[in-house]
Ligand binder design. Sequence first.
Ligand SMILES: NC(=O)c1ccc[n+]([C@@H]2O[C@H](COP(=O)([O-])OP(=O)(O)OC[C@H]3O[C@@H](n4cnc5c(N)ncnc54)[C@H](OP(=O)(O)O)[C@@H]3O)[C@@H](O)[C@H]2O)c1
Length: 269
Amino acid sequence: MKKYGFLGLGIMGQPMAANLLKAGFNVTVWNRTANKCDALIKKGALYQKTPAQVVASSDITFAMVSDPVAAKELCFDKQGVLEGLRQGKGYIDVSTVDPQTSIEISNAIVEKGGRYLEAPVSGSKKPAEDGTLVFLCAGDNSLYEEAIPAFEFMGKKSFYLGETGFGARMKLVINMMSDKCIHVNIRISGSVQGVGFRYAALRAARRTGIKGYIRNLPDGDVFIEAEGERAQLDAFVSWCHEGPPYAKVEIVKVNESGWKGFTDFDIRS
Ligand SMILES: NC(=O)c1ccc[n+]([C@@H]2O[C@H](COP(=O)([O-])OP(=O)(O)OC[C@H]3O[C@@H](n4cnc5c(N)ncnc54)[C@H](OP(=O)(O)O)[C@@H]3O)[C@@H](O)[C@H]2O)c1
């Protein structure tokens, strides 16, 4: 059976490694703060004291650490990943880093005879727990093919995007897009709706910069259909919640789940 290593057991790494264990894989873990390994050891994980030892005892090692600085320290520091590398071993960095960092790490791994894949994830804590992440992979294609069984238990989809750096770029694009083009429908009903509210809402919409329309419905409610960036809509929705003091503000429909503004809200309650 293939042996997996997992370095970095934070919010994301912890449930991802747990899913590998749940799938019945052999998993060796390490975390800078060692006691974060305890829960996984109880679930059957093996433990090593250094990243180098994890890499040396695994066929494929995943890393999920905070940022580019952490990714480089993990790799280049004493007793780090590079020290444990042998010919043919696989190293998959699933952290979010910039393309230049990924290429630097890739070059060092390949120089030592190892294989490197970047595989930043789209998704957050819940998808990591549910095994529904999306992996944006680039780098060594043979390593990608070999790791597919692991990706399948940690995620719902993995893409192979080509040479090292392309996965990191795709992750940046997705991050940028997820902050834009959110669409929300809002219905305001209650005792202060109507033309006055409509003008106030229009002024608020102009101030926050959202685009869309606001109209009075035949039943007296005010209906707003708007589109904008997350921060703009956040600001507009809180205005709606705070603006009409005795009205019921209902977010009717949204096109993205998980945004904190998208909850039904009744100011009178
Ligand atoms: N959280 C999300 O929703 C989300 C979604 C998509 C992608 N990501 C990406 O996933 C990565 C991990 O995020 P996270 O939310 O799991 O972060 P986190 O909970 O803060 O965990 C960070 C992990 O990195 C380790 N670490 C930090 N600096 C280190 C260093 N110098 N050497 C070795 N290990 C180090 C931490 O170790 P200690 O325990 O010792 O501090 C911890 O295990 C990030 O690149 C993030 O951008 C996160």
